[in-house]
Design a protein around this ligand. Structure first.
Ligand code: GRF
Length: 211
């Protein structure tokens, strides 16, 4: 599910194109008809749907329409990839343990928007991105993987965003792989990876990710 450029979708399309990858993309949903991600889906022959907020009188009706669109694709997993709407209904519960989001910060730092500028303004020495399970609370579900980089003194928010986006493109397909291989599970105590509880997210270094 996306709202914009869909570079994360593209990373997922590229990863899942390999026959060895344990998942494939069954559908793309956008809340914006002009999202470039829809074109990316079309270019790869992936079915897509657009569910626009303005077409529904209430947020609840909009979320019901989203739920129907998702259900029509009958996915095992739902990945939010730059989907710029907060889900307030029961979708996160319905897909508990099966719905992921990617967020451009080292959560729990910098939930919400404008994360790169906020990291710079806060004087953070490190920044990055997080793949986490979606719960009802915004950007607060259990975190599975983070990729981190050091913030250089001279880096501006735009440069930082570009650096972080490259990391996102590495860890989101990896998270999907782990989920699809049933290596990862969300339990009442948190996340397990290969049946071992993860006390904190797996952290990958930009260097190790070859970015
Ligand atoms: C990414 O930075 C993602 O973390 C955030 O929105 C941005 C989407 O980028 N949630 P794209 O549409 O995947 O290029």
């Amino acid at each position: 599910m996306l709202s914009g450029g869909g570079s994360n979708l593209q990373a997922l399309i590229d990863a899942t194109a390999s026959p060895a990858f344990p998942a494939k993309i069954v559908g793309v949903i956008s809340d914006r008809p002009d999202a470039y991600g829809l074109q990316r889906a079309a270019q790869s022959d992936i079915p897509s749907r657009c569910v626009e907020r303005d077409h529904y009188a209430t947020r609840t009706e909009f979320e019901h329409a989203l739920a129907r669109a998702i259900a029509d694709f009958d996915p095992d997993f739902v990945l939010l990839a730059g989907f710029m709407r907060i889900l307030r209904g029961d979708l996160p519960d319905r897909y508990a343990g099966r719905m992921l989001n990617i967020h451009p910060s080292l959560l729990p730092r910098h939930k919400g928007l404008d994360t790169h500028q906020r990291a710079i303004d806060a004087g953070d020495i490190a920044h990055g991105c997080t793949v986490h399970f979606v719960t009802r609370e915004l950007d607060a579900g259990p975190a599975l993987i983070q990729a981190r980089l050091d913030i250089a003194d001279t880096t501006n928010a735009e440069q930082l965003a570009a650096q972080v986006l490259k990391l996102e493109h590495k860890i989101y397909p990896l998270a999907l792989r782990w989920l699809a291989e049933a290596r990862v599970e969300l339990t009442s105590n948190g996340i397990t990876l290969d049946r071992i509880e993860l006390p904190e997210p797996v952290v990958m270094d930009a260097d190790g990710l070859d970015c």
